[in-house]
Design a protein around this ligand. Structure first.
Ligand code: NAP
Length: 243
């Protein structure tokens, strides 16, 4: 078993997840990247992380499929022995005004963004309990705290993650497992690429710029590695978008 900490990052082949993977790798963690894409698509990400001097492995599965999650996590434990850090990062948007939002549009987002955190955490946490240590970080959003017109499904899923975070922090604190959420604002990734002209958003941000994946990764690394006493928190990383 690796002496280094092992971090599992869902949806980690690009965007915020990939940045978090690199930040944790730079701090000396071995990295397990999950994504729904195939191995060839994830290979450049895995190679870049290996270039940082740690081990990196790719597991392709759909985080919203309980059976696939359980099989993959058991395989990870059999092959690598442990998971010290879990970042539930995979997520999607399917935006639209509530009155026009169909049930499929609602259910898909809830299942991928919130259901996944149940499936993956449930599969991983029993191994953290045996190890009597662990750090779990859920990628929420500022809209999970404050809501956003046109994102009822997404906001509900991200608010649900905060409720899950606080509850698991209470249930698992005595087992030395910390659970926190990060709430990004507007971060420049593929997810926000179709926002178009961002001048109007920037006027709302005291820091005067959109966030980068690296801005989020620094906070994830702090929660994962630099503190032993922060748990049950939902930390906004938004350049002061909502104060
Ligand atoms: P992104 O670039 O779209 O990355 C999301 C990753 O998750 C993609 O690699 C995607 O794979 C993967 N994924 C989607 N569905 C999956 C599934 N069922 N199983 C496994 N992997 C799956 O998005 P991002 O901007 O980095 O967002 C990362 C997280 O931060 C999300 O939870 C998002 O809600 C949250 N967030 C982002 C922002 C922002 O401004 N960007 C703000 C607040 C919160 P494919 O591309 O192959 O589908």
């Amino acid at each position: 078993m690796s002496e280094r900490k092992i971090a599992l990052i869902t949806g980690g082949s690009r965007g915020i997840g990939f940045s978090c993977a690199k930040e944790l790798a730079k701090a000396g963690c071995d990295i397990i990247i999950n994504d729904i894409c195939d191995e060839a698509t994830a290979k450049p990400a895995i190679d870049e992380i290996k270039g940082l001097g740690v081990d990196a492995w790719f597991y392709q599965f759909d985080v919203s499929n309980d059976e696939q999650v359980q099989t993959a996590v058991e395989k990870m434990i059999a092959e690598h022995g442990k998971i010290d850090i879990l970042l539930n990062n995979a997520g999607i948007t399917k935006d639209g005004l509530f009155v026009k939002m169909g049930a499929e549009q609602w259910e898909r987002v809830i299942k991928i963004n919130l259901g996944s955190a149940y499936y993956v955490t449930h599969a991983v946490i029993k191994h953290m309990m045996k190890a009597r240590q662990g750090s779990i970080i859920n990628m929420s959003s500022v809209v999970g705290l404050h809501g956003n017109a046109g994102q009822a499904n997404y906001s509900a899923s991200k608010a649900g993650l905060i409720g899950l975070t606080k509850t698991l922090a209470k249930e698992f604190g005595k087992r030395n497992i910390r659970v926190n959420a990060v709430c990004p604002g507007f971060i420049q990734t593929a997810m926000t690429a179709d926002l178009g002209n961002t001048d109007e958003y920037m006027k709302l941000i005291p820091m005067g710029r959109l966030g980068t994946p690296e801005d989020i990764a620094k906070v994830v690394k702090f929660l994962a590695l630099d503190t032993d006493y922060v748990t049950g928190q939902a930390i906004e990383v938004s350049g002061g978008l909502i104060i």
